[in-house]
Design a protein around this ligand. Structure first.
Ligand SMILES: Cc1cc2nc3c(=O)[nH]c(=O)nc-3n(C[C@H](O)[C@H](O)[C@H](O)COP(=O)(O)O)c2cc1C
Length: 181
């Protein structure tokens, strides 16, 4: 009786591995999602960020339920999405936990200011979105946070930091120039 169960678990593991391997082909812009509840900032590096609608302006971010920023976003009811440039690679690593720095300490690097909603924003991000939380959908290991954009700003300088094939990447120079227009 135990065998079919084992087999289906193995199949699920293979599917998860195939899913991850296929997902590595999906190049994504790298952001830092940041929040601030009761004066305590928290944030994470995130690529699972997507435009939801322009009218009203809304976006969504998918955040692991076991991560500290998840609870912080839900509690604060606000968050910012900061679009990173290639020069922010070290900051992206810092906010991914790769350097062992957690919570508030992550904000000791980078030029952080406070947006209208009270969420921290990275002053030299190539773009940022300042959001209030309007919905949170739990699905599997993640929460889909939907943010209503209260302010958005795009800077001209800097080429976007990308993540693809399991590594940070940059656009080819011609594409980077076109991206600044
Ligand atoms: C390039 C990159 C993209 C990531 N994208 C996401 C994401 O979209 N959602 C997520 O929950 N975690 C993502 N992570 C992992 C989080 O950044 C990491 O788990 C973070 O440390 C969570 O915060 P905590 O350590 O305070 O719990 C990503 C990591 C990297 C390096």
């Amino acid at each position: 009786m135990g065998l079919p169960m084992k087999r289906s678990r193995a199949a699920a593991e293979i599917l998860a591995a195939e899913f991850k391997s296929a997902m590595r082909r999906l190049a994504a812009g790298v952001t830092i999602v940041a929040t601030d509840g009761r004066g305590r900032p928290n944030g994470l590096t995130a690529t699972a960020v997507c435009s939801l609608s322009a009218e009203p302006p809304q976006l969504l971010v998918c955040v692991n339920r076991n991560s500290a920023p998840n609870a912080a976003i839900a509690r604060a009811g606000r968050f910012s999405v900061n679009v990173l440039a290639t020069r922010h690679k070290a900051l992206a690593l810092r906010f991914s936990g790769a350097t062992g720095v957690q919570g508030e300490d992550r904000f000791a690097r980078g030029e952080w200011t406070v947006a209208k909603t009270g969420a921290p924003v990275l002053a030299d991000a190539i773009a940022f979105f300042d959001c209030t939380l309007v919905d949170a959908i739990q699905s599997g290991t993640h929460t889909v946070f939907i943010g209503k954009v209260r302010a958005a700003h795009a800077h001209r300088n800097g080429t976007p930091l990308l993540y693809a094939a399991g590594a940070f990447q940059a656009l080819a120079r011609r594409a980077a120039r076109a991206n600044r227009k």
